[in-house]
Design a protein around this ligand. Structure first.
Ligand code: ATP
Ligand code: MG
Length: 360
């Protein structure tokens, strides 16, 4: 084997444990087809079952255990019947994002063949863009508090924090992503007509970064009208970059515009590669369908494709994505119920893995 990558596999909870094996199956097929060595080690932490046994979501030495992997491949975390969501999320996923400095949250929004979009009249190829969300600062700071509590003057404040380092690094990541794409277009989400300090600063840094990237076409929209354009004119977008809060909203709206949540992937990237990046589907543990074998594994498999790309395996990544497209466009019998099919998690996963082998 010429190239080799070490991956920590963390299935987590609910349908995470059902779709991760299908992601692994696609990865193994791609590794075989392209002569890539994949050393995958599975972990049982970051799950409700682990929490029940140990009273914590992660073992004490988790940081040192995981920090030298090339990537983390995660299913879904959360099982509210056993552990409250804020405890399971803060105790695992948010620790990974924070300690591994995964400041870029990246979600492709692409209309796939065979998937019905809520946006009438669109076909495959019409919607194909990325949402890049700042993942570490901005509106989600814990600075603030209450005064005059319990009185008529009760007052609450919460500060938004933007640092030059934090803003510039997410913008640089988004500009570089746009530069590598055909359309080379970047859209910035702002609200500088209403938010008078942080958003004008964001716009200023966008302008400065644009001057360094003359080959990228830049436009900006206020977040309110931008959400409308996501629905009315999704074909306008190529790379959309946004602060933490605006990015949170857009990165749920985007995949919703492209059909079922079951197919949407995401990446939490540490672009400097000082720490491992994390790849996971957009969906959660879905307790309502867990254990039935009908969860759609495409979000997990597409996340595997993004991971291969990040690992420097663009051909294998493209083959996995092509395989997904081929299967989605093909026989409905192999597809899961959310796609209108009569298949299972395993039948859809097996069909994609077979198509990966065929694509090489
Ligand atoms: P989170 O807690 O991570 O924000 P959630 O618990 O609010 O997510 P999900 O677990 O993503 O939400 O489930 C939302 C809905 O989408 C559920 O009805 C679920 O069954 C459905 N769903 C989620 N993922 C899939 C999938 N892979 N295949 C089919 N249906 C899915
Ligand atoms: Mg949930």
């Amino acid at each position: 084997m010429s190239r080799s990558h070490r991956i920590a596999v963390i299935p987590g909870d609910g349908i995470g444990t059902e779709v991760v094996p299908e992601g692994v199956r696609a990865l193994r097929a791609a590794a075989d087809a392209f002569g890539i060595g994949l050393d995958m080690v599975e972990y049982d932490f970051a799950s409700a079952a682990y929490w029940q046994r140990h009273g914590t979501m992660l073992p004490e030495g988790w940081f040192d255990e995981l920090k030298d992997y090339d990537a983390l491949f995660l299913g879904a975390v959360g099982w509210p019947d056993v552990v409250p969501d804020h405890v399971s999320l803060w105790g695992s996923l948010l620790q990974f994002r924070r300690r591994f400095d995964q400041y870029a949250n990246v979600r492709p929004v692409r209309l796939m063949p065979g998937v019905t979009s809520p946006l009438a009249g669109r076909g495959p190829g019409d919607i194909d863009f990325y949402v890049v969300r700042e993942n570490t600062e901005g509106e989600y700071s814990s600075i603030g508090g209450r005064i005059f509590e319990g009185t008529e003057r009760e007052t609450v404040v919460q500060e938004t924090v933007m640092t030059r380092t934090g803003v510039d690094r997410i913008l640089r990541y988004a500009f570089e992503l746009a530069r590598g794409r055909e359309r080379r277009k970047l859209t910035s989400a702002t609200k500088s007509n209403g938010i008078s300090q942080t958003m004008p600063y964001w716009d200023e840094r966008v302008a400065a970064m644009a001057a360094d990237h003359p080959d990228v076409a830049v436009d900006q929209y206020h977040i309110d009208i931008l959400t409308a354009h996501f629905v009315l004119h999704p074909e306008r977008f190529d790379v959309v970059v946004a602060s933490n809060l605006f990015g949170d909203i857009l990165s749920d709206l985007g995949p919703a515009c492209a059909g079922t949540i079951g197919i949407a992937p995401s990446a939490n990237i540490n672009p400097e590669r000082r720490y491992p990046s994390l790849f996971e589907p957009v969906h959660g543990s879905a307790p309502d369908i867990a254990g039935k074998g009908i969860a759609n594994p495409v979000g997990q498999i597409w996340s595997a494709s993004m991971m291969l790309d990040h690992l420097g395996e663009p051909e294998a990544a493209a083959a996995v994505l092509r395989a997904v497209e081929e299967v989605l466009a093909g026989d409905r019998a192999a597809l899961t119920p959310d796609l209108g099919g009569s298949g299972t998690t395993a039948s859809l996963g097996a069909a994609v893995a077979a198509a990966v082998k065929g694509a090489a």
